[in-house]
Design a binder for this molecule. Structure first.
Ligand SMILES: CC(C)(COP(=O)(O)OP(=O)(O)OC[C@H]1O[C@@H](n2cnc3c(N)ncnc32)[C@H](O)[C@@H]1OP(=O)(O)O)[C@@H](O)C(=O)NCCC(=O)NCCS
Length: 196
C-alpha cells in the first residue's frame, strides 16, 4: 500500500475516544524474553482478543491526561476510518519522550502505517528537545520486530514505574539526536546489558 492510501493527522482530545475503533487482535507462536542478558525469541503461543470497552475507556482517559501534560496524538485514516494511532508523551523525564501507545488495525498491518506514525511523533519529540525515545514494548514478534526495525534497542536502563507495571515487556530506547551517544543518556553498556 502506498502512503497515499492513508492519511495522517493530529487528533484532538475530544477524538481520543475513537481509539476503540482499532482492531488490536493478534496471535503468535513466539515472544521475546530476556535470556542470559540478551533478548531472544522464545516459542510461546499467545493471543490478543478484542479489547473490552472498559479497557479502551481506561486507556483513552490515561491518554487524555497525558495529552494535557504535553503530548502528541496522531491518527492514520483510511477515508473516515481510524486504522492506526500513536501517542507520544513529550516528557517521561526532562530529555526522554515516551511512546505510550501505537496500534494499527489488523487488516491494515504491514503497509508502513506504524512506520509513518512513529516517524511523525519522533520528529515532534526532536523538535521538543528530547534526546531519547523510550517504549515499553509488548513482547510480541510484531511489536519487537517493528521497534528493532526502527532502530530501538533493548535497555536495562528501565523506567522503574513503567517496568513495575509491565515487567514482561521489552523496554527499549532510541537515541533521537545525532550526538545521542555523547549525551550521557545513552551508555552503550546499558543497551547491551542484562536486567539480571
Ligand atoms: C506492531 C504494529 C504497530 C506494527 O504496525 P505495522 O503498520 O504493521 O508496521 P509497518 O508496516 O510499519 O512495519 C515496518 C517494519 O516493522 C517490522 N514488522 C512489522 N510487523 C512485524 C511482524 N508481525 N513481525 C516481524 N516484524 C514486523 C518489519 O520489519 C516491517 O517491515 P516490512 O513489512 O518491510 O518487513 C502492529 O503490528 C500492531 O498494531 N500490533 C498490535 C499492537 C501492538 O503490538 N502495538 C505495539 C505495542 S508496544
Amino acid at each position: 500500500m502506498a502512503d497515499a492510501d492513508f492519511e495522517l493527522r493530529e487528533m484532538t482530545r475530544s477524538e481520543i475516544g475513537r481509539i476503540c475503533e482499532i482492531d488490536v487482535t493478534e496471535e503468535g507462536t513466539c515472544v521475546y524474553k530476556w535470556v542470559n542478558g540478551q533478548i531472544q525469541r522464545v516459542p510461546e503461543k499467545w493471543q490478543r482478543r478484542p479489547r473490552p470497552v472498559e479497557d479502551w475507556r481506561g486507556k483513552a482517559e490515561r491518554i487524555k491526561l497525558a495529552l494535557d501534560e504535553g503530548g502528541l496524538a496522531i491518527g492514520a485514516f483510511d477515508g473516515q476510518r481510524l486504522v492506526g494511532f500513536v501517542f507520544l508523551r513529550h516528557r517521561l523525564t526532562e530529555k526522554v519522550a515516551l511512546l505510550q501507545a501505537l496500534w494499527v488495525s489488523r487488516a491494515w498491518r504491514r503497509r508502513g502505517i506504524a512506520t509513518a506514525l512513529l516517524r511523525r511523533v519522533l520528529d515532534a519529540a526532536r523538535g521538543e528537545g528530547a534526546r531519547l525515545a523510550y517504549v515499553s514494548a509488548c513482547p510480541s514478534e510484531s511489536a519487537c520486530g517493528f521497534y528493532l526495525h526502527e532502530g530501538f534497542r533493548p535497555t536495562v536502563w528501565v523506567h522503574r514505574e513503567l517496568y513495575d507495571r509491565e515487567p514482561e515487556d521489552i523496554h527499549m530506547i532510541l537515541a533521537l539526536q545525532p550526538s545521542g551517544e555523547q549525551t550521557g543518556l545513552w551508555p552503550q553498556e546499558l543497551a547491551e546489558g542484562s536486567l539480571g
